[in-house]
Design a protein around this ligand. Structure first.
Ligand code: TLP
Length: 346
């Protein structure tokens, strides 16, 4: 069935599948703060297995997963090292600073990924004047860099440098399954050298709510306390975890379709006038492009909206489109036709 509105603003806009709604309605539940929700426990165990970790913890969002991971692995006054375009630094309302009382050390990178040399340089020496480096964060795939991905080997190289200095590593894998599918590698290989990893079931995997953080049993016990502290202890939350289980069972392999659609969208966009796009960065389900015309990004957003196509301006001259299960081939064609029409006179 054709979609009335084509929504390319984010993969967070995916609607739950009928199988998810069915699983939610039937979910066996209990009070999860009391450790009595069997459906949550099943999702956490499945997640831990997929990430090759001892334990998992279901949370409300990727933001909460990152916050809990930062707080559980640092002490106030420490510094966390991350990419300057990372989600934690840009889009999480300063939670690491406000709740975690840590200082962020943002570092500019080419594709969103710190090199081992950058990490080595950023880790602080022991000195009475200087904050202690408490955590290194990696984001894969990388949102602001346009869904770029890094390999398990790249993560391992960065983690080796951090670990040599006694610093743990957190992997913000909100879209880790996109990287795994794109590279044909299991998620546990990406997570292997990270001390904590968060992934979201609410993005391309299409569940309505939720993320899971995984790590050692000891880390998860600490993370559980922090989750409670920030108000994230939920009760009969198996109704949400049930959709997450369906997401992991049924929605991973199809992410390749989203990547193919993003590629077609990007190739079409590259042919438009006054548009700049780096096609090499289109590696998963995100397409970012730049508009070389004053007010052009707003014109594109408004022109698309008038044609029932939603795209997102992430800056005064930049647009982000994200493909997902509620965007099909015909929708990509519709979006490209709309963009061609709007830019025809440019
Ligand atoms: N990203 C959202 C917005 O917040 C920008 C989106 O539409 O892409 N890490 C990464 C890499 C993310 O892209 C996001 C969400 C999160 C963490 C936070 O997840 P939620 O939205 O569940 O808090």
């Amino acid at each position: 069935m054709a979609h009335d509105v084509v929504d390319l603003r984010s993969d967070t806009l995916t609607l739950p599948t009928p199988a998810m709604r069915d699983a939610m309605a039937r979910a066996e539940v209990g009070d999860d703060v009391w450790g009595e929700d069997p459906t949550v426990q099943r999702l956490e165990a499945m997640s831990a297995a997929l990430m090759g970790k001892e334990a998992g913890l279901f949370l409300a969002s990727g933001t909460m997963g990152n916050l809990v991971s930062v707080v559980a692995q640092t002490t106030p006054g420490q510094e966390i090292v991350l990419d300057a375009d990372s989600h934690i630094f840009n889009y999480e309302v300063g939670g690491a600073a406000v709740v975690g009382n840590v200082q962020t050390r943002p570092i500019k990178t080419e594709r969103g990924f710190l090199s081992p040399a950058q990490v080595a340089e950023a880790i602080r020496p022991s000195n009475v004047h200087i904050p202690i480096t408490g955590l290194v964060c990696v984001e894969n795939t990388h949102n602001r860099h346009g869904g770029t991905l890094c390999t398990p080997e790249e993560i391992s190289a960065v983690a080796a440098v951090a670990h040599r200095a006694g610093v743990p590593v957190h992997l913000d894998g909100a879209r880790l399954f996109n990287a795994a599918v794109a590279l044909g590698r299991p998620t546990r290989e990406f997570a292997a050298h990270a001390d904590s990893v968060t992934f979201c079931v609410s993005k391309g995997l299409s569940a309505p709510v939720g993320s899971v953080v995984c790590g050692t049993r000891e880390f998860i016990a600490r993370a559980r306390r922090v989750r409670k502290m920030v108000g994230g202890g939920m009760r009969q939350v198996g109704v949400l975890a049930a959709a997450g289980i369906v997401a992991l069972e049924q929605m991973i392999d199809r992410l390749g379709e989203d990547h193919a659609n993003a590629r077609r969208l990007a190739d079409g966009v590259a042919a438009l006038p006054k548009i700049r796009i780096d096609l090499a960065r289109v590696q998963t389900n995100i397409v970012i492009f730049f508009v070389d015309r004053p007010g052009g990004a707003d014109e594109l957003v408004a022109g698309c909206l008038a044609r029932k196509i939603k795209i997102h301006a992430i800056g005064p001259a930049s647009i982000r489109c994200v493909t997902h299960k509620d965007v099909d081939d015909a929708d990509v064609e519709r979006a490209l036709e709309a963009l061609a029409e709007i830019t025809r006179t440019w």
